[in-house]
Design a protein around this ligand. Structure first.
Ligand code: SAM
Length: 236
C-alpha cells in the first residue's frame, strides 16, 4: 500500500478518518504504524498529501488529515475494451488497470468468453471497487477507472461502439502479421484486447469495420494480464 485512498465514508469529521478492516490490518501488521507516524493519503478521485497517525487500537487507526494539495499522477487517455477474463484473471486485471491509470474499462462478452463468467461474485460492484482500490493504492493514484459491463457482443459492437469512435485512435491487439503498436502518449485511444481464448476472426473484422487497426506484440502469445501492461507501455 503506497497510498491510502480515502473515501467519504472514512471521515469521522472534516479532518479525521477512521480506517478499519483490511486497511487496519495492513497498517498495523505490515507497516506497524504508531501514533505520530506520517502516511501518504489521497481522496478518491481527488488530491493527495500527508496524514499523521492520531491513534491505533485493536480495530481501527485514526488519522489526522493535513492539506491534500498534490495532484495525482496523470491518467492514460484510454478506454480498454476487454473480453471478460476468467474471475481470477479479472481481479489481477482490475488492479493493473487502476495502477496504470486506465480511464475506462468496458468488459464485453465475446464468442470465446464463457457466459458463466458473468455470474461470478467478483463482478459485484463492491468486489470490483475493492480491486480497483488495491490498484490505486499500488500506483499511488486516486482516479477510479469507470467500468462498464456489456453482456452481449452484438449490441455493443453495432450500437454502442460506433458512437464512441470519433476522434479516437482505435486499436485491436491480435496476434498475427500486423504492425507493432506505436507510441502516442497524448492520443485518446480505444484499445480492444481479447479474452483468454482470443478474438474470433469475425470479431476482428467487425472491429476493423469500425476503423480499429490490428496490432501485434510479437510471436509470443501473452496472457491477458501481461498483454495489457505491455500494450499500455508501448502505446503511451
Ligand atoms: N490463442 C489466442 C489468440 O491467438 O488470439 C490467445 C489470446 S491471448 C491469451 C489474449 C489476448 O491478449 C489476445 O486476444 C490479444 O488481444 C492479446 N495478446 C496476447 N498476446 C498477443 C500478441 N503477441 N500480439 C497481439 N495481441 C496479443
Amino acid at each position: 500500500m503506497n497510498l491510502i485512498v480515502l473515501e467519504d465514508r472514512d471521515f469521522i469529521n472534516p479532518t479525521q478518518v477512521q480506517l478499519t478492516g483490511r486497511r487496519h490490518t495492513h497498517l498495523t501488521t505490515v507497516l506497524n504504524v504508531q501514533a505520530g507516524m506520517r502516511l501518504y493519503v489521497g481522496k478518491l478521485n481527488g488530491y493527495q498529501g500527508l496524514a499523521e497517525v492520531e491513534s491505533v487500537d485493536a480495530t481501527s487507526v485514526v488519522l489526522n488529515i493535513g492539506s491534500l494539495d498534490q495532484p495525482p499522477p496523470a491518467t492514460l487517455p484510454v478506454t480498454l475494451i476487454l473480453g471478460l477474463p476468467r474471475p481470477k484473471m479479472l481481479q489481477r486485471t482490475l488492479q493493473t488497470i487502476a495502477t496504470m491509470g486506465v480511464e475506462k474499462l468496458c468488459l464485453i462478452q465475446t464468442a470465446r468468453v464463457e457466459k458463466s463468467f458473468w455470474q461470478t461474485p467478483l463482478l459485484r460492484p463492491d468486489a470490483v471497487h475493492e480491486q480497483l482500490l488495491l490498484g490505486l493504492e499500488q500506483g499511488k493514484a486516486t482516479q477510479l477507472p469507470q467500468v462498464e459491463y456489456h453482456t452481449r457482443f452484438r449490441p455493443f459492437i453495432e450500437d454502442v461502439l460506433p458512437a464512441r469512435c470519433h476522434n479516437f485512435r482505435r486499436l485491436i491487439a491480435h496476434p498475427g502479421e500486423y504492425s507493432p503498436p506505436r507510441v502516442d502518449a497524448a492520443a485518446p485511444t480505444l484499445l480492444a484486447v481479447g479474452p483468454e481464448g482470443g478474438f474470433v476472426d469475425k470479431e476482428v473484422r467487425q472491429f476493423e469495420a469500425l476503423g480499429f487497426l490490428p496490432v501485434q506484440l510479437g510471436q509470443r502469445i501473452l496472457r491477458v494480464e501481461t498483454a495489457i501492461p505491455v500494450l499500455l507501455a508501448k502505446l503511451f
